[in-house]
Design a protein around this ligand. Structure first.
Ligand code: S3P
Length: 429
């Protein structure tokens, strides 16, 4: 993909596609509910389409009816044994949460994915699910996919999570629907809570107090209508774009602003960003707002601790903001970046250096020396097959002097089909 530099402003009103995390969960929980779950604004990115394909293999009828997706729920005990391996593509959310669901089914299933998925840690779901009684095996000492799950009698456990991960938490919560007694989960730092919110709406018995979650099994889940809010992780590219391209003024409508996801806004505001949340409301128990962003002079900051899980997927594009900020930005406590769709510390450091930015990689983050003399340089960047790196570099390329190339750009379809169309629709040259 070629992206022209010297953009003279991003200007206008946009909407961005539905939230990826919520779209996955609506299919999964809808499949286990009784009745038809109707989903509006479902994200038709490759990851969520992988979830649909896997549930179809489990015997769930899922229809696309124009603007909406209808999931004909099978009830908690209605899934059928798949004939083939369940292929999750690039989707960590699909494989980890489905492992929890399959732990409670009376049949054997195998989950596998692409090369990136096969490198990502799966021991983090296998360990707690085994403690619950599941029979699970993973490749290479139960660390990696493919994963074989054979459903069995599950019992509730008390589990303190070693890393903040919504996928692991959700996997355990899904298994808890099939477990005898109470399941108690303690999170070291609060991660996105869409599973807890949606399960409760569908009639599950899930209680949250601070970082402690208690789940008890119920007889049935009941189908719901789900309006998927706009994905703040996708909005983040336009938030940062509008901040760094001079004279920009962008309004992004209908974005989910769940506090477990808004770390990117807090981090940018702490750097001097002009970001306003207006028209706040609630949709399906999820907070929503329109976000107005105007070009701003940013200064360096430190990102560490509790804010990290609240902005984990936005750190690649945050690095672009840090690259033009005055002074030094330090990112700490973010070693999880190394086990995402790619090693994002390595990948972003590589690309920032091509932009002419001085950057140090550390074990749990990086140090970025912003505002290189002479501005950012156009170059040929690599996506590393990682959708978030690809889109982050498209934003950086807007403010370079020449034209840049981003290799392997197709992966943006994982989370944001049509990204370039939205960007080109608001750019001024
Ligand atoms: C997600 C959780 C996060 C996030 C991922 C989506 C989810 O992963 O990075 O993109 O939908 O639960 P971890 O659970 O590995 O932190």
């Amino acid at each position: 993909m070629q992206v022209k530099g010297k953009c003279r402003g991003l200007y206008g009103t946009i909407t961005i596609p539905g939230d990826k995390s919520i779209s996955h969960r609506a299919i999964m929980i809808g499949a286990l509910a009784e009745g038809d779950t109707v989903i509006y604004n479902f994200l038709k990115g490759q990851d969520c389409l992988s979830t649909i394909a896997c549930f179809r293999q489990l015997g769930v009828d899922i229809e696309e009816q124009g603007e909406k997706i209808v999931v004909h729920g099978k009830g908690l005990r209605g899934l059928k044994k798949p004939e083939n391996t369940l292929y999750v593509g690039n989707s960590g959310t699909t494989i980890r949460i489905m492992t929890g669901i399959l732990a409670g089914q009376p049949f054997e299933a195998v989950l596998d994915g692409d090369d990136s998925i096969r490198k990502r840690p799966m021991g983090r779901v296998i360990k707690p699910l085994r403690q619950m009684g599941a029979v699970i095996q993973g490749r290479n000492g139960d660390m990696y996919a493919p994963i074989t799950v054979r459903g069995s009698y599950l019992k509730g456990i008390e589990y303190t999570m070693p890393v903040a991960s919504a996928q692991v938490k959700s996997s355990i919560l899904m298994a808890s629907l099939y477990a005898e007694g109470e399941t108690v989960i303690y999170e070291p730092v609060k991660s996105r809570d869409h599973t807890e919110t949606m399960l409760s709406a569908f009639g599950a018995d899930v209680k949250v107090s601070g970082n402690r979650i208690v789940s008890r099994p119920v007889e049935r889940l009941k189908a719901q209508t789900v309006y998927v809010v706009g994905d703040i992780s996708s909005a983040a590219y336009f938030i940062v774009g509008a901040l760094v391209v001079p004279d920009s003024d962008v309004l992004i409508k209908d974005v989910g602003v769940n506090p477990t996801r808004t770390g990117i806004i807090d981090a940018l505001v702490s750097m001097g960003a002009d970001i306003r949340l207006i028209n706040r409301r609630t949709v399906n128990n999820e907070p929503v707002a329109d976000i107005r962003v105007r070009a701003s002079q940013l200064h360096g900051t430190i990102i560490s601790g509790d804010i990290v899980p609240r902005m984990i997927d936005e750190i690649p594009v945050f690095c672009i903001a840090a690259s033009v900020a005055q002074g030094v930005t330090t990112i700490k406590d973010a070693s999880e970046l190394k086990v995402k769709e790619s090693n994002r510390i390595y990948g972003m450091a590589h690309n920032l250096r091509l932009l002419g930015v001085d950057v140090e990689e550390t074990d749990d983050g990086m140090v970025i020396y912003g505002k290189p003399k002479g501005g950012l340089k156009a170059s040929t960047f690599k996506s590393f097959g990682d959708h978030r790196i690809a889109m982050s570099m498209a934003i950086a390329a807007l403010i370079t002097r020449g034209e840049s190339t981003i290799e392997g750009f197709d992966c943006v379809d994982i989370s944001f089909p049509g990204f370039m169309g939205v960007l080109n629709g608001i750019r001024r040259d």
